[in-house]
Write a protein that binds this ligand. Sequence first.
Ligand SMILES: Cc1cc2nc3c(=O)[nH]c(=O)nc-3n(C[C@H](O)[C@H](O)[C@H](O)COP(=O)(O)O)c2cc1C
Length: 435
Amino acid sequence: MSRRSHPSSPDSSPREAKRQKLEYAPLTADDYKNGLMLAPMVRSGALPTRLYALKHGAKLVWGPETVDKAILHTTRVVDPVTGVVAYHGKSKPIFTCHPVERPFLIYQLGSADPALAVQAAKMVQQDVAGFDLNCGCPKPFSTHAGMGAALLSNPDLLCSILTALREAMPPEITVSAKIRLLPSQEETLKLVERIVDTGISCLTVHCRTRNMRMREKATIGRLREIVEFVERMGKGVAVIENGDCLGYEDSKRVRQVTGAHSVMIATAAEANPTCFSPTPLKDLEMTFVPGYIRLGKYLNNHWTSTKFCATQFQGAHDKARRSDLKTLREAIVHAKSYEDIEAHVAPWTGEQEFAEIVEAIEKRGGQRAPPIPLEDVVVAPLDAIQDNGELKDVTTTELMVPSLELANKEATSPPSLLGLEIPPISNSGEAIAVQ
Ligand SMILES: Cc1cc2nc3c(=O)[nH]c(=O)nc-3n(C[C@H](O)[C@H](O)[C@H](O)COP(=O)(O)O)c2cc1C
């Protein structure tokens, strides 16, 4: 198949039109619930990674933070062969996406200006399902301009951006925010209340404060109270936990401790985009990386991006031989273009990989939930959890599953703590009857 590097083309192509067979209902707050989400990741959240995350069970995917001013200076170009939509800056695409991911794609904005945020959102709105405001990036390039985590100490500005986005976007486009914890729980709850009142559909909480480093354990125990607070506000807003989740199995622990509606995964997905599945791929160098590179080439993903992502992948090893792994890794590290790696990943086109992704997404039948849903979990009582997410004293089993003896003693009444009646909650949000 002939490939074109940056073709100019009309805004849609026959192939793009053909793919949009499935009708999706507009995204709502409920779509942010009961799922595992791919976190926004600069560099690592590239288009092929997002597509593989969807193939392997992510419910929604966040694109990498893109600053409002950066997208405003781009030109939108659609590749008539693949349908890839690229927003081209002067020297490279600033943001790339594909119609097949559109119903699941949340575009993350970096902004410190309501008017610019709205302009940027209007520019990409046709290609995404919702917008998320980055209120958590602690890096100087973000905070020096008042963006990212700087917004946490400027709640007026933070909320004015969310309000402006909500007012400017049609109802079928959602608005959400991703924050970090503030040092005190009281301050955090005050901020959360203001943010929820702006009309957002979803709040993601990265359970670290601005000054915490990534090597420090996320304090997920603090989230439970925030989830309950948001639920008591009664607006149906989804709360997503973010921090230290390793994948599908581990998300049970996170949901038990936090009661969050969903869980967002970054580092573990950067290492293995199939971690959203109950059966993530192992031996990635053999089972995943070659296909990833082929897909990258098919989608015209810049080689430096594909190479960067491929060098981050690291899954459990099972059958692969050390020598094979080493050979492929070294070939990737030394390759300066797709052609340099051809011998290791041929046959080449990547069309098959793309077709399999489309097929997997279409299996959802126009719904956003992946075919294998999250299992129901019983949420631990609030005062049984420490800030670090560990459960106090008693064993997890004792806390999670009321024993028959206990259940008999308590008759039908749910556990009562701190004056709150806390029935165990199923994954669908319904209370589970205590047998
Ligand atoms: C490579 C990388 C890039 C990231 N880029 C972003 C970003 O663009 N926007 C954002 O809000 N957070 C970003 N983050 C933070 C993650 O979204 C997430 O909040 C953090 O890594 C904690 O989740 P984890 O414990 O699952 O890694 C990034 C993290 C990583 C590892």
